[in-house]
Design a protein around this ligand. Structure first.
Ligand code: MCN
Ligand code: CUM
Length: 788
């Protein structure tokens, strides 16, 4: 797309530098921990060493005697105000602090308030808790067996650990198609628990002003407005009214979905501030963050694919067991307990599909949220892309040819999938062709054949994924009843500069830059003249926040719509100034000129000045607009990724030799920022494919609770990414843009896993679960008679 504006104006398509970076690279950002208030107290949290245990006694005597310690808060204290439990975003319940028992290792048990962070830590270590261990349930399959200990004894009528059953699609048609199929493949796939491990851990400062009953909370949250409403609903009975709550989400050091939920630490800090009348700061340490904050994935999947001998796919059938830990605190739209998992037919034109998911409670921290994925889309993509590869190999077809045969064709869009989604636009073969050309696919297949003759292990893996982002049309999407629209409010100042505020919240995505570019595109005001603000509920318009790559599809659209409202008023003012009819004016970014007389014009800056100094009689002064945008549909970005791996037969190590990512997110606002999103996303796709996993031993002890064994990739392990773009605009988005923030994380793991299996298929290997560690591969090689 050739930009419509000059680089100086910096509208869509220009790689202008990020406005936020001068403060970030100089260490001048303001994160929660940078905020220091007079008289502030510090919170530290006592955590359980047991995964399931009765609390017999909490003795605070020694803690209270520790110098600097002001108070110890327990579940009993919160229970007096009915604040010891809180609702989750999925309308389940979660303990703030326990009264009877703990449900996972590292769960909050008590909180210590002190005059310094160090005193709080000393006090925390001095709290004495007596526990009585209870039987632990770690495996969700065992959790659902008859006779398994019932975990949620707080729920009066609960007799098992089953949370919900959810299914989607046409079961009868799917079963029929399977019965008639010429070929079927079936595979168990486990997608393990992982953690986003953002650079900044979660933190807040709660400051309650006893004089005017106003609560201000600086907080690491991706959704400040929703949090304000939830606080008002949960704590209304203790006097917190919504107009007296201000949530400020300052600079955030990575969210990736992990900063959507409300964690107990936030609520304890608020309660502590209300009780003491002092500001209270809570900052998690790295291990608390890794062990107790919400997790992603943990899906036990059984998938089946049906097709014809010529390689035509016909049906997909999936059964899944979802391990949610001890409460369902996933951040899904409320209608969809398994998120958007039913995008699992992916990029393929299938006749029939049926998917079932069961949620289970276990003695683990809450799971089922994020890791850079629009509500279970990664699980869906991984499943269909693995299954497509298994089917292709089974039929002896090249995985690229197989995909092209089954892709939804460009002329089929808008396309209604077997599971009911309406895909807005796509050109899947276009992206795959470009990726194949960039990587030199044919030559690589020849090299692979040569190497195989020599006994060397090389694999080529493809992932042609379809994402679904931008929740959502409000008739289907809400969180706790709050409809998932988003907003933009623009004010143009008399001198032609502007401020724009949004209901979303950047965590590193560069919104201050890209939203300004949208306004520059629509109004011709240079992006450098536009101030973008988000994250302060006292000033920003209401919106549902930033996750699920929804900022561009929803708030970005609101920015375009609000800009167009401003343009409409500007036209009337320009007509008044030029003494012509509004219809006699033509717009180009930055000015209105008279039709047929291009030298008679008024710039947007002239018009802005007139809006305050010389506006037409009968028109309101000023130049402002607001839009609350409810998208007519989601956007469906897509891409094709190709990965080449070499496997060391001696150690089982998988080396990613090349990785080409071709993405299509429709029209692009800032190509440099999109590339940055892809690079980061690919790294977060590479990580769970080869390195990251959180598991638990039989007693519920976390394995991987620190960076010593939770392996986050560094620059050393990370492959060199090669990127490419195709552009298929969204027909319903005002700018033709689709979201892109999660595409790479969603699409990458399958490309890597497919490459590994491609290298090993001839040995009889059909599947490897991620993370594909050297130990796993080495064992496979040994089991299949290959050793060195
Ligand atoms: N963009 C663009 N053109 C497009 C689409 C997007 O220029 N066609 C730009 C946007 O303007 C924005 C960025 O790319 O600056 C991401 O936009 P979008 O896809 O709309 O996603 P969001 O802004 O809603 O960001 C959320 C998404 C999610 S859900 C996760 S998780 C994630 C991700 O973004 N977390 C991140 N990327 C992250 N990047 C950083 N640095 N930190 C995180 O926590
Ligand atoms: Cu699901 S990770 Mo992002 O949507 O914040």
């Amino acid at each position: 797309m050739t930009p419509r504006t000059s680089f100086e104006v910096g509208g869509m398509g220009h790689s202008i530098k990020r406005k936020e970076d001068p403060r970030f690279i100089r260490g001048k950002g303001t994160y929660v921990d940078d905020v220091v208030l007079p008289g502030m107290l510090y919170l530290d949290i006592v955590r359980s060493p047991y995964a399931h245990a009765k609390i017999v006694k909490i003795d605070s005597t020694k803690a209270l005697a520790t110098p600097g310690v002001v108070a110890v808060i327990t579940g009993q204290d919160l229970a007096k105000y009915n604040l010891h439990w809180m609702p989750t975003l999925m309308s389940d319940t979660q303990m703030v602090l326990p009264v009877e028992k703990v449900m996972y290792q590292a769960q909050e048990v008590a909180a210590v308030l002190a005059t310094s962070r160090y005193a709080a830590a000393d006090g925390m270590a001095a709290v004495e808790v007596a526990y009585e261990p209870l039987p632990v349930v770690v495996d969700p399959r065992k959790a659902l067996e008859p006779g398994a200990p019932v975990l949620r004894t707080d729920k009066k009528d609960k007799k098992d650990n089953h949370i919900w059953h959810w299914e989607w699609g046409d079961r009868a048609a799917t079963d029929r198609t399977f019965a008639e199929a010429e070929v079927t493949v079936k595979q168990d796939i486990y997608i393990p628990r992982i953690h986003v491990a953002s650079i900044e851990t979660c933190a807040c400062i709660a400051s309650f002003d006893k004089v005017d009953s106003k609560l201000t909370v600086w907080m690491t949250t991706q959704a400040p407005h929703a949090i304000r409403t939830v606080f008002a609903l949960v704590a209304g009975h203790v006097g917190l009214a919504e107009h007296k709550i201000r949530i400020i989400s300052p600079d955030i050091g990575g969210g990736f979905g992990g900063k959507v939920p409300v964690y107990p630490g936030y609520v304890i800090a608020v309660a502590a501030s209300v009780l003491t009348g002092k500001p209270v700061k809570w900052v998690e340490d790295r291990m608390e963050n890794l062990q107790a904050d919400s997790f992603a994935r943990d899906y036990h999947i059984t998938a089946e694919l049906a097709g014809k001998k010529d390689g035509t796919l016909t049906a997909l059938r999936i059964k899944t067991l979802a391990d949610h830990g001890y409460t369902d605190a996933a951040a899904n739209p409320s209608k969809f307990p398994a998120g958007l998992f039913h995008i699992c037919t992916g990029s393929y034109d299938l006749k029939a599909a049926h998917v079932e998911v069961d949620g289970a409670y276990t003695n683990k921290p809450p799971g089922g949220i994020a890791y850079r994925c629009s509500f279970r889309v990664t699980e869906a993509v991984h499943t269909i892309e693995r299954m497509a590869d298994i089917m292709a190999h089974q039929l002896g077809m090249d995985p690229a040819d197989f995909r092209k045969k089954n892709f939804i064709k460009p002329e089929q869009f808008p396309y209604k999938s077997a599971l009911g989604w309406e895909y807005d636009s796509g050109n899947y073969a276009g992206a795959l062709d470009l990726a194949m050309e960039k990587i030199g696919y044919a030559a690589l297949r020849r090299e692979q054949a040569d190497k195989r003759r020599r006994g060397e292990l090389m694999g080529i893996g493809i992932s042609s994924f379809t994402e679904i982002v931008g929740a959502g049309p409000s008739k289907h999407f809400d969180i706790l009843g709050l409809k998932m629209f988003d907003s933009c409010e623009i004010r143009i100042h008399p001198t032609g500069k502007a401020i724009a505020r949004f209901g979303t919240k950047s965590q590193g995505q560069g919104h201050e830059t890209t939203y300004a570019q949208i306004l520059a595109e629509e109004l011709g005001i240079p992006a450098s003249d536009i101030q973008v603000e988000e994250g302060d509920t006292d000033t920003a318009p209401y919106g549902l926040g930033t996750y699920a790559s929804r900022s561009t599809p929803v708030a970005g659209a609101a920015a375009a719509v609000a800009s167009r409202k401003i343009q409409d008023k500007a036209r009337k003012i320009a007509a008044h100034l030029l003494e012509v009819a509004p219809d006699d004016l033509v717009w180009e970014p930055g000015k209105f000129s008279v039709k047929g007389a291009p030298d008679r014009f008024k710039t947007i800056q002239d018009i802005a000045f007139a809006a305050y100094t010389n506006h037409p009689q009968g028109m309101e002064a000023g130049l402002e607009a607001v839009s609350y945008y409810d998208p007519p549909n989601l956007t469906y970005p897509f891409g094709s990724y190709i990965c080449v791996v070499d496997i060391d037969k001696g150690t089982g190590e998988v080396k990613v030799r090349r990785f080409v990512a071709v993405d299509d997110c429709g029209n692009i606002i800032n190509p440099m920022i999109v590339d940055g999103q892809i690079h980061g996303g690919l790294t977060m796709g590479f990580a769970p494919a080869l390195l990251e996993e959180i598991s638990y031993d039989e007693s519920g002890n976390i394995q991987g609770g620190s960076f010593i064994d939770y392996l986050v990739p560094t620059a050393v392990e990370t492959p060199k990414w090669e990127t490419g773009k195709t552009c298929t605009p969204s027909p319903h988005h005002p700018l033709g843009a689709k979201g892109v923030g999660e595409s790479a994380t969603v699409g990458a793991p399958a490309a890597i896993a497919n490459a590994v299996v491609d290298a090993l298929w001839h040995l009889g290997v059909r599947h490897v679960d991620i993370p594909i560690t050297p130990a796993k591969v080495w064992k496979l090689l040994r089991d299949h008679g290959v050793s060195e």
